[in-house]
Design a protein around this ligand. Sequence first.
Ligand code: DX5
Ligand code: ZN
Length: 230
Amino acid sequence: MSEGRIRIAPSILTADFGRLAEQVRAAEAAGVDLMHLDVMDGHFVPPLSFGTEVMAAVKAATSLPVEMHLMVERPEEHFDGFAELGAGTQIFHFEAARDLDRCRDLIAQLRALGCAPAIAISPETPVSAIVELLPEIEQVTVMTIRPGWGGQSLKEELLAKVTAIRQAADALGRPDFTIEIDGGVKSHNIGQCVAAGADVLVAGSAVFNEHQAPSEAVAELRAAIGAPSA
Ligand code: DX5
Ligand code: ZN
């Protein structure tokens, strides 16, 4: 398991976009660690979400790091715009890149832009597809739902992938390698996610929902992993 602090990364997909800045500020005040922005192109996944305009609005509302999760067929068409706006990490999908050579091209492009390269794997992709790339990237994002929609349930059987990646990263002598879980993280399963070896937990509907303020939601997530609230 990673030694560092467990980080919580709210996805704004289920936020109220009519008061986006307020919601982002509320999440920051609640002590989250970074913002996770889901970009969807209507091809790689059926829905459309947003692009640089919304990212700029989020950046204007927070000083937290912002990572981009690109659920798009051609991530390279978006790297520049998000890098210019100050994206720290950009996550592309292995299923969009399709092979290792293409992944390496995309990794090099992100490095040239000063962004941390990260790869997301959808539920059907085994760890073996990307394990060779671990020395070249900073993060793997393990999707524990079908990408495209917030509010789904985490598929627990996929947590074994997180453990396998953590073991591979440890074997490479990279204890600080980032492993993120994206999809269905809630207070009742966040402990399992951390135990599996994740150190960044994306939380969309767990943080932005109609029942709770972000402050209460984040405190609940932190309490569930035994960490003090900010
Ligand atoms: C879905 C996105 C996720 C999602 C998380 O494809 O990548 O980031 O919005 O939302 P929850 O936490 O509600 O599953
Ligand atoms: Zn995401």
